[in-house]
Design a protein around this ligand. Sequence first.
Ligand SMILES: [Zn+2]
Ligand SMILES: [Zn+2]
Length: 345
Amino acid sequence: MSSRFSGQTYLYQSQHYYNLGDKLSKAVRPKSRQTQETAKHGLGAMSILPVEVIQMTLLEVDLKALLQFRAVNRHAQQLVEGLHEYKAVITHAQLALRGSLRIGAQITLRALNDKLCTTKCDGCGDFGGYLYLITCQRVCFRCICENPQFLPLTEWDAREILGLKGVKFAKFAAQITVVAGLYGYDSTLYSVKSRFRLLDYESARDFALARHGYSEAMKQSVSDRQAEDLRRANEAIRVKNLQISDSSRHRPQLTRLRKWDISRDEGREDWRRFAAIVVQPPLNKASGLVELGFYCVGCRDMEAQDEYFGPSPNAQSMRQFTESTFATHLQIYGDIQNDKHVMPH
Ligand SMILES: [Zn+2]
Ligand SMILES: [Zn+2]
């Protein structure tokens, strides 16, 4: 961030929303073969292909398979490390890489590198500081909280709400296995203990539409939602006013989630929205540096106000700005004096 807006901006959210990124500790440092000798072993049948063809193929396999290939022998390692996309991801997208491996997201090196090197949210086009790893899309905080596209579904949801009864989702491409832990924000944290599947909403919906057409899927949806509203009323699963204690001896007792617990979208209070999210600042390829979005000091107080999270187009408090979007923001909301926007008279 340049000094142009210093004093008017800050870099880190004061409220922390627990996401997948918080559950990832160990960095992925693929072992290097230290020996100086050149590759002794070839690539078997693959060695008849030109190097360029092999490398293009490597961009299109999922990250787990890519790392497995890299470990085959020194020749394979050199091929993978020769990809500039690989260097960029290992250097600048560790959380996304680790996250996608942990949840079993099927994303390719090309897809991850593309999203690493773009600033725009796939939901709304604003600056996006996060990645949604089920389908590898860049997202802004607001879209994480509000956009239906980024609300993953449980298998129950997909079966009952989208009418996909009898479908086995184990081989469904756009799915992940949730990493156990806390998700969401302090006052409405969920503790997820069981490992279960979440499906990308749009992929599951498209699958349902292809299977039985629009009208059937939607008819199902309405009656099931009503039934689910009733069921939900009896489920006291949300942990309200939870204080996280520093001492592990006073770990809060949280209720175990069951697989039918959720079907409705609870916006920012819906833990599923954070299960496949990691912080991932975009990489500026020209400068070789990641670009941190920043927040507006003048809008900071709005963080606590609920109306921010309504469908309000003025919601700005958790918006991450770039220099150019911040300049526009100041034009619309007024310059900042004493940490408040002041509209020109
Ligand atoms: Zn967005
Ligand atoms: Zn502002």
